[in-house]
Structures are given as C-alpha cells and as structure tokens.
Design a protein around this ligand. Structure first.
Ligand SMILES: [Zn+2]
Length: 129
C-alpha cells in the first residue's frame, strides 16, 4: 500500500476512536460531520481497499486497516522525533505533521521509524497524538 489519502486516514482513525468494531454508520457519520450517505460511500471505498468490513451494518477495521493505522502512528511519531532533534516541537509541529504523515509510503515509514530510533512514544511522551 502506497500511503493513504487524507480522507481514508481520517475515517480509519475515527473508526478506531469509536472502538474499531461494532461501529454504527450513523455514529461514524456524526463523528465525521457528514451525512449518512456520504459516510456509506466512504465506507464502501474503504471496504474495496480491504481496510474495513461491514458486519451486519456495523463497521469493523480489518487487520489491514489496523496495520495501516499502526503504520500511520509510526510515521507520525518518527517524524515528530526527527523534527524534535532539529528543535521543532509542540502542537504546531504535531499539527503540521498530521497534514502529510498519512501520505508517506509504507516502505519509507519503516526507514523513517528506524532513523528515528524506533520510538514507542512521541517527544511529548504519548503513544498517540
Ligand atoms: Zn503528534
């Protein structure tokens, strides 16, 4: 997989935030601030990519979806760690990194993660930020 789109990343992060399984479409739509038909359209797109499946009307992340989230988390933490070494820290850096972390190809995420020293936590000591 060569990275996620901004929209795909937002949806799978939100599905995870809502529990990662047994997520109702209307709850997902509400959390994303979109109509139910819009959310359904994106869920169908995520299903076609194998990132989620629809379990009798309840949305669940697949193992591929969970792996994509873990890759995204590693990309974010690795970039924050590398930029922190250059003196760039804080909410602004975190926010800026969120604007492109999802687009980093998976094979490059692994290189970044190793270059950053395989960090478990971001420079602020959090596992997710
Ligand atoms: Zn962050």
């Amino acid at each position: 997989m060569f990275g996620l789109s901004d929209k795909e990343a937002s949806y799978i992060k939100t599905i995870e935030k809502l529990g990662g399984s047994n997520v109702r479409l209307r709850d997902l739509a509400k959390e994303m601030g979109v109509s139910t038909p819009s959310a359904l359209e994106e869920v169908r797109h995520l299903m076609a990519k194998g990132l989620v499946f629809n379990n009798h009307g309840q949305i669940e992340l697949t193992s591929k979806g969970k792996n994509a989230l873990e890759t995204l988390r590693r990309a974010h933490i690795a970039l924050e760690t590398i930029f922190a070494k250059q003196g760039l820290t804080g909410e602004e850096a975190c926010g800026e990194i969120h604007t492109f972390d999802y687009a980093v190809p998976e094979h490059l995420v692994q290189k970044l993660y190793e270059a950053a020293g395989r960090p478990m936590l971001c420079p602020k000591g959090k596992a997710e930020c």
